[in-house]
Design a protein around this ligand. Structure first.
Ligand code: HAM
Length: 493
């Protein structure tokens, strides 16, 4: 019986993280030289009175030294990029949409570590796949363990399913996760070394309707984001039918083996199915008339496949039977699918996502025999398509109130007021670093605020604030204590 694989030692749970945040706060409040924990105002007082440290601690920056330096300028590592604040509206839209739809379909969110034992990926994705052989970020940690940055999420989720005895929960278990994956591939448009996936897994059912459900889920998410897609679908059958088909394919290609590209010559020996999805044009010509896997399917797999297609017909999901869909990871059997742009005939470009059934993986990793099915969407690629097609994410509602302050004392009051209004549910924004009133009112205007709340020197003394109607320019003085009520009245919250 294969042994179970556990979560990487030392990877913190969310609870543990929370504890460490508290520790940071406590450490910050230690009065210099006493080791005593002080709270809020006492701490400020102590800091004011404390002398500057004799030997200021200079933070070492080993991570900075290790980063790529180009002409003296630090840059992100090749194939990895920053997602900047102005791009976040796309990412937030994708994530919110995917999460909402997945939850509507009864899927629960799960997070698994980014780092796992190397053997998990070797045993699941397969030793002779490109992902494991060429693309895995693999290293030995300080404790001597061989670990890897996850190239995909399915293996980690299956490991967690076994490790936490989730097979004892009501089945099928429907899960989703989102996060970064890592593959050391040649970077190009739509292909990164750190990329993001939205991943869905259903464990504990072999029903064909589950295959259809996950396809409908991915399709619906893409549709909701304005992307028209076609599902390219195939069946990989059982392992026995694949063994038989591989022999047929080998016999077919034997006389033409030397004409295959270098990669495919290797694949011919190790993983001949991958010749079918080679992007090289000459290889594609050579396999154009190759026998198809679907003709070698065992009866059960054929029935299952037909049933999946019938379900898709029922919900009008556009699909193409594509014998070239064989998937790049070894754990698949039966249904395999990828999502391509609807205007693409041949499905030779980058897929938005892909997935399929993996009925043996749980057992292969040490669990009880559990059929399963899932997919992952490449978030980077979906967002690129959204941008290329000039699809605009829904705009965020403008903040109704802008908080402006004049002078240092007012700023202290404004910081407190900001929190009060936030807690009261007032949609508020502001820029506490700004001083000039005109500049702040311009910002309020730009943000589309309906009202500005102005805290000035005079108002501070009087215990009041000004509420300015941004449309009419009319200003009214209101009691500082009653500001929430006054705003609620005006905003009809
Ligand atoms: P995959 O086909 O290897 O499947 O990846 C799914 C999607 O991730 C791809 O279709 C693509 O959109 C995106 N992707 C993959 N590599 C890159 C890259 N280097 N840069 C940008 N995007 C990329 C899996 O990972 C399976 N675990 C899916 C699955 C879940 N099967 C069953 N359950």
């Amino acid at each position: 019986m294969p042994h179970r694989i556990k979560a990487q030692r030392g990877v913190k749970s969310r609870k543990a993280m929370r504890t460490s945040k508290k520790t940071v706060k406590a450490v910050k409040n230690v009065k210099p030289g006493t080791g005593r924990i002080l709270h809020s105002k006492h701490a400020v007082h102590a800091v004011k009175k404390s002398k500057p440290a004799q030997n200021p601690v200079v933070k070492s920056e080993p991570e900075v030294v290790r980063r790529t330096i180009k002409k003296g300028v630090l840059q992100s590592v090749r194939g990895m990029r920053d997602i900047l604040p102005h791009d976040f509206r796309y990412w937030r839209w994708f994530k919110d949409t995917a999460r909402t739809i997945a939850e509507q379909y009864g899927y629960q969110e799960i997070d698994v570590p980014i780092v796992e034992d190397v053997s998990l990926f070797r045993r699941s994705i397969g030793d002779v796949t490109d992902v494991v052989q060429k693309e895995m970020y693999e290293f030995t940690d300080a404790g001597g363990d061989r670990i890897a940055l996850r190239p995909e999420a399915t293996a980690g989720i299956v490991r967690a399913y076994i490790e936490h005895g989730m097979l004892n929960l009501p089945q099928p278990l429907k899960l989703f996760t989102m996060g970064p994956m890592f593959r050391y591939d040649r970077p190009q448009s739509g292909r990164y070394r750190q990329f993001y996936q939205f991943n869905v897994e259903v464990l504990g059912s072999e029903a064909s309707v589950i295959d259809a459900e996950v396809i409908v889920l991915a399709y619906t998410i893409l549709k909701e984001l304005g992307i028209e897609t076609t599902v390219h679908i195939n069946s990989l059958g059982s392992s026995e039918s694949r063994i038989q088909y591989k022999k047929i394919l080998q016999a077919y290609l034997k006389s033409r083996k030397n004409e295959l590209c270098d990669d495919c010559q290797e694949r011919f020996l190790k993983n001949i199915l991958r010749v079918l999805d080679c992007k090289n044009e000459h290889c594609q010509q050579l396999i154009a008339d190759a026998p198809e896997l679907v003709d070698s399917l065992d009866d059960e797999s054929r029935k299952h496949f037909v049933s999946v297609l019938e379900h898709l017909d029922e919900v009008d999901i556009p699909y193409v039977l594509n014998p070239r869909i064989v998937r790049g990871l070894d754990y698949y059997n039966r249904t395999a699918f990828e999502f391509f742009s609807a205007d693409q005939e041949n499905g030779r470009q980058s897929a938005f996502g892909g997935g399929g059934r993996y009925d043996s993986l749980v057992e292969q990793l040490g669990g009880r025999s559990t059929p399963a099915c899932g997919f992952a969407l490449g978030i980077d690629r979906v967002i690129s398509a959204i941008r290329e097609q000039k699809i605009e994410p829904p705009t965020q509602p403008a903040p109704a109130v802008y908080l402006a302050q004049i002078g240092d004392q007012a700023r202290k009051r404004a910081l407190q007021l900001f929190e009060r209004l936030r807690k009261a549910g007032v949609p508020i924004s502001g820029n506490l670093a700004k001083d000039g009133l005109r500049q702040q009112l311009e910002l309020a205007d730009k943000k589309g605020a309906r009202f500005a709340v102005i805290v000035g020197q005079k108002e501070l003394i009087d215990g009041t604030v000004l509420i300015r109607d941004m449309e009419s320019g009319m200003q009214e003085t209101v009691d500082f204590k009653k500001i929430e009520k006054e705003l609620e009245k005006r905003l009809k919250i």
